[in-house]
Design a protein around this ligand. Sequence first.
Ligand code: NAP
Ligand code: G4F
Length: 412
Amino acid sequence: MKIKQNTNTNTNTNDANDTGDANDAGDMDNVNHPTPNPTRIDSQLIEDDSDILSLSDVRDTHQLHKSAIKRVIVTGVTGQDGSFMADYLLKNTDCMIYGTVRRLSVKNYTNIHHLKREPRFKLINLDLTDDYSIREAITEIKPHYFLNFAAQSFVDGSWDYPIQTWETDATAILHILESIRKFAPYCRFYNAGSSEEFGDVIKDPQDEEHPLRPQSPYGAAKAAARHLVRVYRESYDLYAVQGWLFNHEGTRRGKEFVTRKITHTIAKIKHALEQDKKYDVLKLGNLDAQRDWTDAEDFMSGVWLMMNQDAPKNYVLASGKMNSVREFLQETLKCANIKHKIIGDGEYEKFLTEDDKLIMEVDPKFYRPAEVHKLRGDCTLAENELGWTRTYNFKKLVKRMYESDYEQLKNR
Ligand code: NAP
Ligand code: G4F
């Protein structure tokens, strides 16, 4: 078992509480909407500050527009889910989307470059660890929906950065809820919950009744946020929900997560093998861990359905199927048409090509201080009550991710 150093110096709740429709016209009419002028600033997303709409620009547009267009704040829009959510909303609604970014020395807008000329998409500054920026965004934009996808989302990293994880994934949720309660109580709030909250599971599959037994600082922070969301929903009649989303993956997944790490590294190895070049072998941790892996884009409709019911309620989104990390690697190798053999086991397990070239070896560095061994979701409630369905299964997901990585590397 690996023990992590603490390197950081900085820093069941599914009771449908019917609040009535907090989003109805009556509530909204009492609000002085700063309906923005979509043509005022053309987002170029050139990754400097000129990409970002200042809140005073939002304020200037107060009097200019009185249309019924809904405003949605999407946090974490540079990440996987936030960017897919922006795409989903642009395609399926006529909402105005305010994607949030935080100051970084080197900006990475890869996942939102394609939105650069989209008039219904604007960037604003918001850092979850800065409660002032949360309050400013809510008071100035007066959003109809606040979809919070921003987080310290890497479970393994939450042992390295437990305090930052707590502040981003738990404390910030309290700041958002407080600002919504005080300044925009009609605003519907979604917080991205996780199957990691179930953690050390006692039942397979896990549904909305499964107890919260988190195994990591990340899981504990998300579980705390879930309680806060429930308390605010019940205390103040807010439309506030936190779905339980099981692992969802895709072409925009960060490369530190195991699925993308595998598809990206195997794609690199495939290119190297084709050109008879040297390559870095894939190094993984626990190959026996099992996850319920779904396509991330399939989840966006589920989240939006959750946000548009008569009453707020938390749902599990998942596929109901489970595969191991080893199986994900094997499926990727199949997509790459790399025939392999396995030797050794445990820490000594290795994947080799048929002509004995090393592809993957286990590196205990990637073991976690506490592991969630298995997660599989039961999404019957979401299917029955929301009518939510999926289009991608495990094999199609792996193929999609591998082929995207292979093509991207080819075009470099
Ligand atoms: P992701 O790709 O890691 O994206 C996280 C986003 O949060 C990034 O845009 C990041 O911005 C932003 N962020 C991080 N710290 C921030 C801060 N202090 N202030 C403002 N923004 C900050 O994560 P994801 O996979 O899309 O997941 C989205 C949400 O769903 C997260 O809350 C995650 O915990 C949850 N979730 C994910 C899964 C999954 O399988 N993907 C499953 C269950 C729950 P930068 O670009 O500036 O870093
Ligand atoms: O890809 P992972 O890092 O994702 P994990 O820990 O399941 O978390 C993801 O899903 C959660 C939902 O259940 C989200 F809430 C969270 O934000 C994130 O999106 O690891 C998956 C499994 C783990 O059991 C890990 O131990 O893969 C195992 N693994 C084995 N080798 C590895 C590696 N994980 C990573 N990241 N890197 C490895 O080399």
